[in-house]
Design a protein around this ligand. Structure first.
Ligand code: PHE
Length: 349
């Protein structure tokens, strides 16, 4: 019986290897392993053997059965793979040809400038702060020394979340933030003084759109609160910032500017980097308005539980979108949020 099994095994394996199609394999399977198959009948006849021989031969028979079943399975998948390859080749498919390249993504120019500036400020010991774009009226205005009846509110063409009939004194309205300044309040309330933060982010205003006005744009807020902080510290930070973005020093000047949350308040202008005697970018003045700033108003410090007798600070509000346009020579702000691929691809050749 042992010889018979071994013979079945070697013949079976050879037949399986030679089979060229599924039908052939199926026939071999039936002939050997089917209900009336040859291995099956060997297994059935084990009962006729002397008891001492049964276990060893039984084991052998099962091993042969198992080995043949596995060989059948392996040959089956080989045949399937061959059939698929043949079909693909008939289609003219060549798996060795190089594929189509995937279009690569890239960093948006606004994010690029923002990241560069974040790196610069982090190197000077600033933290990066963040706040929500859907902001409480209290943080966007009141805590920044802009109470409900203050005319400065009207200069921000606010996009309200709260419907008109639910707004007013004593009510907690919600707005799309009109500037990144509420992050001053959030950061100061959360971390206390002394503090150094920059907060880049998106802001929203109801604007009539043109080449310099967009309803969605970017700012970067800076805030330093410490003992003995004054205007020279602010000027130094602003000049470092301009050098960092533009890659070189620009002559700057301070003009007075009014913002309820700073006192004194300033506008920083820089010499136009594009001309010597006037051009379209500087509207023929050779100066461009780059960023407002000032010393933090004592009322803002108080609203954040910081004692204005002990601490002072400066804040600035960089128009990030503006800086991006200057750096890359973009003449229409609406490109920035357009999502236009032909525009964006220029930054990632
Ligand atoms: N938040 C002001 C604006 O958007 C800019 C600003 C920031 C001014 C910080 C002074 C200090 O108009």
């Amino acid at each position: 019986m042992r010889d018979r099994l071994e013979e079945l095994q070697s013949q079976g394996l050879a037949a399986i290897q030679q089979a060229e199609a599924e039908e052939g394999l199926r026939a071999i399977e039936v002939r050997l392993l089917g209900r009336k198959g040859e291995i099956t009948s060997v297994l059935k006849s084990l009962g006729t053997l002397p008891a001492a021989e049964r276990p060893l031969l039984g084991q052998l028979a099962n091993e042969v059965k198992q080995g043949l079943a596995e060989a059948l399975q392996a040959r089956r998948s080989d045949l399937q793979a061959l059939a698929m390859a043949a079909e693909l080749e008939a289609d003219g498919f060549d798996a060795t040809l190089p594929g189509d390249p995937l279009p690569g993504g890239g960093v948006h120019p606004v994010n690029q400038v923002s990241r560069d500036l974040e790196d610069l400020f982090q190197s000077m010991g600033f933290q990066i702060a963040d706040g929500p774009e859907v902001e409480l009226e209290e943080l966007n205005f009141d805590a920044l020394n802009i109470p409900a009846d203050h005319p400065a509110r009207e200069s921000h063409d606010t996009i309200w979340i709260t419907p008109p009939d639910q707004r007013g004194a004593g009510k907690q309205g919600v707005v799309l933030r009109t500037h990144t300044s509420p992050v001053q309040v959030r950061a100061l309330r959360r971390f206390g003084a002394p503090l150094r933060v920059v907060a880049p982010g998106r802001v929203y205003r109801q604007e009539s759109l043109d080449a310099t006005h967009e309803h969605t744009f970017h700012q970067m807020e800076g805030l330093v609160v410490d003992r003995g902080v004054g205007v020279p510290h602010m000027l130094h930070a602003m000049n470092t910032l301009i050098e960092g973005v533009m890659g070189r020093k620009l002559e700057t000047r301070l003009r007075p500017g009014f913002f309820p949350f700073v006192e004194p308040g300033f506008e920083l202008d820089a010499r136009c980097p594009f001309c010597k005697s006037g051009c379209g970018v500087c509207k023929n003045s050779t100066w461009i308005e780059l960023m407002p700033g000032g010393l933090v108003h004592p009322n803002v410090l108080r609203a954040c539980d910081v004692d204005p007798e002990e601490f002072s600070g400066y804040a600035f509000g960089l128009g990030l979108s503006r800086i991006v346009m200057l750096r890359y020579g973009i003449d229409d702000i609406r490109w920035l949020m357009s999502g236009s691929l032909s525009f964006l691809r220029q930054f990632h050749p």
